[in-house]
Design a protein around this ligand. Structure first.
Ligand SMILES: [Zn+2]
Length: 510
């Protein structure tokens, strides 16, 4: 796969340098990664994408996907060459209308050399024609984010899902708007994010045109093709809802619908804590996959049938919808900041438990602290910087939410809930880090919080009795009674991100 050849454009770049004023930097290749220490090859340097237009055709019988991706971007340096992250087979690339040369390199890199170097600040239109069978493309020796189903397939995973269906700058730091247009055989549906603008049928094929008009991270873009029961409605607050359920959910169909049909109600409930729902579309979808996890794909979370194996599961819906604010609206700066996604989505489940009368957040915090002994490996994971191998470790969730209860007790309910609501607005449609959150919490509460965050997010051992007393997260002596909601919350985790591919993948990457 490592076909690193001297691109023909390199010569063109050399000759054109003469035409560039001496003061200008020499055009150079964009970095093959955006600079995330957890995943050095993810994303790319040298440009910023503002919009993806994906015009695709998919044949469920053979899993063949073909089409054209048109990316609108702007260069952020004098650029001789740049990369996209992609796995399918590319037949042609054009940059601003002119054919560009390209090679594949590394595990998922598409290196593009435009005819002439691009000056910093240039608006570029990149057109990539491609085709392929997504299920035939594996990364890291066996791991895939394309979930083939008997009636189609679905792309959903974290932190990478785009490589299997569109070329991108695959990192949350480069968000963009999306138009996703997919042609599928009549009787089959194509589900994606945002609003269904229109559908049209011709010669046995139906085209679905989806639009996400607010910035979206690439891993939050999703595509599912299959035979779905689609329901539509409107939340009480006026947001249109589109849900889709595979026709093959069997005895899980009732439980899935009983949970996901409450999406509008749950989003409205969450907005009381997090502020107005940030998008103009809502929903959820359940393809006939068998993954262990669900995912907060923007406006329309992906759920696995396994989430509904034991009956209805509003807990998972609360978790994925909480991410619409914590994760999607405000995204991580780097993957080490995963706590600002998972700690808060978990805490939303604790608030839901309180709402349902199944145990207060305080009771759950007391239980988490007391039920795990000091020698439990759980406490060695630092939620504030867990390492890529532990990005989706249970501690990021449970110890992460425990941190929020400790913060709440330290600064009081008024400041705490002001922060929960203010944060999504402060960084709306952008990115933020754990350090940004600490700074913001200190600003709002007017309290120094370095010691609290240091203890609960960064200490590689169980916070001691004095710290627990100070944070009031061990209010009861011994191990308290297990909160009623505990098993349900724990179950969403079993199937949530636990089997997240990181486990297999990372060994390979190191
Ligand atoms: Zn999550």
């Amino acid at each position: 796969m490592h076909r690193r050849i001297m691109a023909p454009g390199a010569l063109a770049a050399a000759s054109l340098m003469l035409a560039i004023p001496a003061s200008a930097a020499t055009p150079s290749p964009g970095a093959p990664g955006i600079g995330d220490p957890y995943y050095p090859a993810y994303g790319n340097g040298g440009y910023d994408v503002s919009h993806y237009d994906l015009r695709l055709k998919y044949q469920p019988a053979t899993d063949e996907l073909e089409g054209t991706a048109t990316l609108l971007a702007r260069t952020t340096q004098d650029l001789s060459r740049f990369n996209l992250d992609f796995l399918l087979d590319v037949s042609e690339v054009r940059v601003n209308g002119a054919k560009a040369s390209f090679v594949t390199s590394g595990e998922h890199e598409l290196e593009i050399t435009p005819k002439a170097p691009l000056a910093k600040g240039t608006a570029i239109t990149v057109v990539v024609r491609y085709r392929g069978v997504p299920s035939s493309k594996e990364a890291y020796g066996g791991f895939t984010s394309w979930h083939r189903t008997p009636d189609g397939g679905a792309a959903a995973n974290e932190p990478e899902a785009a490589w299997w269906w569109f070329p991108s700058n695959d990192h949350p730091l480069d968000k963009a708007t999306f138009d996703v247009s997919v042609q599928v055989p009549d009787g089959t549906q194509a589900i994606s994010n945002g609003t269904l603008q229109s559908t049209s049928s011709r010669l046995g094929w139906t085209r679905y045109n989806w639009r996400s008009d607010k910035p979206q991270a690439t891993y939050l873009a999703t595509l599912a093709v299959g035979r779905f029961d689609v329901t539509t409605g409107t939340s009480e607050s006026g947001i249109p809802v589109i849900n889709a359920y595979s026709k093959d959910l069997g005895d899980k169909a009732g439980a899935a619908k009983a949970s996901i049909e409450r999406t509008g109600e749950i989003a409205d409930w969450l907005s009381e804590y997090f502020g107005p729902y940030p998008y103009n579309a809502l929903g959820g979808y359940v393809p006939n996959t068998d993954t262990g996890y669900a995912l907060e794909t923007q406006t329309r979370p992906y759920y696995s049938p396994r989430n509904f194996a034991n009956g209805s599961n509003t807990n998972i819906v609360v978790h994925e919808l909480a991410h619409q604010w914590y994760g999607d609206l405000v995204s991580v700066k780097g993957w080490k900041d995963i706590w600002i996604n998972e700690g808060f989505a978990r805490y939303a489940q604790w608030l839901w438990s309180e709402h349902e009368g199944e145990g207060t957040a305080q009771e759950i915090a007391d239980y988490v602290y007391a039920s795990r002994a000091a020698d439990d490996a759980f406490w060695q994971v630092r939620p504030g910087d867990p390492g890529p191998e532990n990005q989706f470790h249970l501690a990021v969730y449970d110890r992460g939410a425990l941190t929020l209860q400790a913060l709440r007790n330290e600064i009081g309910d008024d400041a705490f809930f002001a922060i929960l609501k203010g944060w999504p607005q402060k960084y709306a449609h952008g990115n933020a880090s754990v350090a940004d959150f600490q700074r913001y919490a200190e600003e709002v509460s007017r309290k120094p919080l370095a010691a609290l965050f240091g203890t609960w997010l960064f200490q590689p051992s169980k916070p001691g009795a004095a710290a627990a007393r100070a944070a009031s997260v061990a209010k009861v002596a011994g191990v308290p009674v297990q909160p009623k909601s505990w098993k349900k919350i724990a179950a969403t985790n079993d199937v949530h991100e636990h089997e997240h591919k990181r486990d297999h993948e990372h060994e390979h990457e190191r």
